[in-house]
Design a protein around this ligand. Structure first.
Ligand code: DC
Length: 218
């Protein structure tokens, strides 16, 4: 197989990271979770008492990704491994706002494009097929019903020892989708040449196999 990049976009909690990780492992490719980058910047934004100076925020930030055999992608911000803080509610509730800011997007997109230069990357996010890697060989747009996404998120939370309410999760997921789809810069949308997979009712294995099947055509 020739080296390719795979762009995987879609709304919140559609299972993109779970699938991207599996596809990357099967194909010995590197998985890049771009949401984690926006979450790391959001973590710093909260530490800086919600500064509105987004240019200074990113200019003062040194952000890199490292890979741990066991733990997978780690996010290093200003010499600190912040990965374990990135799924906290406070970060989740502010990340769409922070990710809508132009300096933040420019900063993150540049890093993402650098990472993908050598190919062999499976990258998930909201604007990968449209803005970050418009030349990606394979683009997939993953969707699922809000109901199913909320239930999946609740199960994920349970595994992490966090109790959550499905109705509240549905509301939070829909709100985040609306924000991500309607922002001015790089809104969440399907690239024209992306293949849509509706994962509602599909198992992780089925979705993974469907993507591997698409890859096998290269
Ligand atoms: O995939 P995630 O839930 O970790 O993403 C968190 C937020 O980051 C999401 O609500 C929107 C933003 N995001 C983005 O704007 N562009 C990306 N490529 C990835 C994430």
């Amino acid at each position: 197989m020739k080296p390719i990049n795979i762009a995987l976009d879609g709304p919140a909690a559609a299972g993109k990271s779970t699938i991207a990780k599996r596809v990357a492992a099967k194909l010995s490719m590197i998985y890049v979770d771009t949401g984690a980058m926006y979450r790391a910047i959001t973590y710093k934004y909260l530490q800086l008492n919600k500064t509105e100076d987004f240019s200074s925020l990113v200019q003062s930030s040194v952000l890199s990704l490292t890979y741990d055999e066991e733990k997978g992608q780690r996010v290093i911000l200003d010499n600190q491994d912040v990965t374990d803080y990135l799924r906290e509610n406070d970060v989740t509730n502010h990340v769409s706002y922070v990710a809508s800011k132009e300096p933040v997007r420019t900063f993150a997109v540049e890093k993402q494009q650098e990472l993908a230069e050598k190919k062999g990357i499976v990258m998930d996010g909201r604007d990968i097929g449209t803005v970050v890697l418009p030349e990606a060989e394979l683009k997939v747009y993953m969707i699922a019903s809000v109901e199913e996404r909320a239930i999946r998120r609740q199960k994920d939370n349970e595994l992490r020892g966090i109790q959550s309410n499905v109705e509240q999760l549905k509301q939070e997921i829909s709100d985040r989708d609306q924000y991500d789809m309607n922002r001015e810069i790089s809104p969440l949308k399907k690239a024209e040449d992306a293949i849509t997979i509706d994962t509602t009712g599909m198992s992780i294995e089925d979705v993974t196999n469907e993507i591997l099947n698409l890859v096998s055509k290269f």
